[in-house]
Design a protein around this ligand. Sequence first.
Ligand code: 5AD
Ligand code: SF4
Length: 408
Amino acid sequence: MQKNKFFVPETELAEQNEYKKKVKNIVKSRFQQETPKAFVHTYGCQGNVADSEHIKGQLIEMGYSMTEELQSADIIIYNTCAIREHAEDRVFGNVGALKTLKKKNPNLVIGLCGCMMQQDHIAEKIKNSYPYVNLVFGTHALHKLPELLFKVFKTKKRVFSIEECDGVIAEGMPNERDSGENAWLPIMYGCDNFCSYCVVPYVRGRERSREADVVLKEAEALIKEGYKKITLLGQNVNSYGKSLENGINFSELVRRLDKIEGDYTFDFMTSHPKDCTKELIDVLASSEHFCGHLHLPVQSGNNRVLKEMNRKYTREHYLDLVNYAKEKIPQVDITTDIIVGFPGETYEEFLDTVSLVKEVKYGSMFTFIYSKRKGTKAADFPDEITKEEKTKWFMELLKVQEEITKEQ
Ligand code: 5AD
Ligand code: SF4
């Protein structure tokens, strides 16, 4: 029974399994006794890492073995990230470098997928300027890799699959995990928050949750297999369950996860301060397996900037949450994300972020200079501070954090 509109129907998954067999046959006749090699590289966040594990799983089922060596690969897939311009530039640079490999081996299949590819202007650029790329697919077409690869082999034409949609959940995909004792466990996909600087809601679709019993069964299996750390993944894990009929909330999911017996800890990311509840902190405080790490991205310590970012919480609300967490979980390691130089931010407003950082004393921080993302609200905001000036602020913040780390 399919319980919500996001689930890929079982018939469609069965169809993909048929394509897997077809690709496997093509690959077998092409490579004869040799096993063809696949190189999959992941840019960006753990969500992408988890997606790549599905890509690798599917490739293995189609007869490939994984390689870490780009030069010896028969298929190369780059799973891309669109969060900042720098991430995109790196992808373009690395794709450009594949031209010579393709010249040496015209049978090489080059595929690009992930968040960058879900944007029309990027797919267009690949179409026009990178003719040696065979396959481009967006974030919603991951489970269709067998069909797309089949088309690449059969038609010998370039294949693009980047249709717009609200997003899908494809259960039962194979998983080739390669993160040692850590297992990534996606519990939800997409984001509905539309923070004004962020491209994620445009490339990852609407917020949608996996069924709790499926998630918990997967966690149980991973723990049995010997994984020592389970990290629950989602753009905003605190709104877990909202897309499900009779779904449980994140606190309840965590409570049930914690009941699974075994030698493991759990972590989760990312928490949104507007949805992170004291109920959740209470659950974490009394749980046996919580690893003690709470990633709570603040982005800015200034209320006007937070409002412009559409974060929907205030500095005071954030600090109240942090203080509650510190009180209930004395050893808690709080980490954060911060954006420096948001359009319109003044130096005085930036200093509010500095003072918040000094007050919270983070275990570590991920600090970014604002990067304009096409299609987002903030891309239209006036932005008068120069990159040089923003870099100075950025360095100032890093110094503050260094001092805090030294003291800890
Ligand atoms: N510019 C800079 N940093 C960004 N992030 C998201 N979008 C942007 C952007 N346009 C940062 C946020 C988020 C993290 C994953 O990336 O801090 O929490
Ligand atoms: Fe982006 Fe905000 Fe969603 Fe995080 S919560 S992915 S920053 S829109």
